[in-house]
Write a protein that binds this ligand. Structure first.
Ligand SMILES: Nc1ncnc2c1ncn2[C@@H]1O[C@H](COP(=O)(O)OP(=O)(O)O)[C@@H](O)[C@H]1O
Ligand SMILES: [Mg+2]
Length: 243
């Protein structure tokens, strides 16, 4: 079976800085693939290059064999691929529900349908009881769930989650992992960036390690996290955390 997502030799430079250097990998339907690497490794840029927020300087991105390289984010979302942002910025004066309705409108014909679908997405991410709360009061964990709910509202085939556990209480991580497994079981393929190596190893099928814009290693989670090059890349930074 062909890959759902195929990234082939994607490079991206910002001025003189090579944020991505010929990165290639495939994502199979139904898998959960983790991407790890120290700050500045190019992980977020990789997601931006795939999802249309940054145009790759070279290389190709194929979604179900269709070339989506350099297309607009909305177009790529319509084709079934969305990404969440490392720092989510919900519309703070709008309710949780309305934040999801905005995303839901892309796949629904009318407002009533969009609201119904948005409510189901809120239920799926465990926020239904807060539907009428303004997003400005959301905790970090709730923001992460809201961001995932907004992504689901576009009816994606594949989601790219940029640090879905970032800044979340240790105690809330189990619930988020359970949520990701439910989403995968509902047929959505997941690629996620994560710093918490212990957490990520518990549920991803495969890991890719990046450093300095390049893919360093790809394979079984336990093997990748114990690899000397990966360990060194992590120890080479002050800490393993993004701001
Ligand atoms: N829009 C941008 N303009 C200039 N430099 C950028 C931009 N986005 C990212 N970078 C730089 O590219 C490198 C990779 O960043 P990023 O992809 O955010 O890394 P990561 O997500 O792995 O921490 C960093 O050196 C970062 O400063
Ligand atoms: Mg990042």
């Amino acid at each position: 079976m062909t890959a759902l997502l195929s990234v082939r030799g994607v490079s991206c430079a910002f001025g003189g800085l090579k944020a991505l250097n010929a990165v290639s990998f495939d994502v199979a339907r139904g898998e959960i693939l983790g991407i790890i690497g120290p700050n500045g490794a190019g992980k977020s840029t990789l997601f931006s290059a795939i999802s249309g927020y940054v145009r790759p300087d070279s290389g190709e991105v194929l979604l179900d064999e269709a070339d989506i390289t350099g297309r607009m984010p909305e177009d790529i979302a319509r084709r079934g691929l969305v990404k969440t942002f490392q720092t989510s910025r919900p519309f703070s004066s709008m309710t949780f529900l309305d934040n999801v309705v905005v995303a839901s409108l892309a796949s629904q014909k009318n407002l009533a349908g969009a609201r119904k679908h948005a409510f189901r997405c809120l239920e799926q991410v465990g926020l239904a009881q807060h539907w009428d709360t303004p997003a400005r009061g959301a905790s970090t964990g709730q923001r992460k769930r809201l961001e995932i709910g907004r992504a689901l509202a576009t009816r994606p085939r594949i989601v790219l989650l940029d640090e879905p556990f970032g800044g979340v209480d240790f105690a809330a991580i189990d619930g988020l992992i359970a949520l990701l497994l439910t989403i995968r079981d509902a047929g959505v393929t997941i690629v996620l960036i994560e710093h918490n190596l212990a957490a990520v190893q518990r549920f991803v099928g495969r890991l890719i390690a990046m450093n300095l814009g390049e893919k360093v290693l790809e394979g079984e989670p336990a093997k990748v996290t114990q690899d000397r090059r990966v360990v060194n890349a992590y120890l080479g930074t002050e800490d393993g955390e993004d701001a």
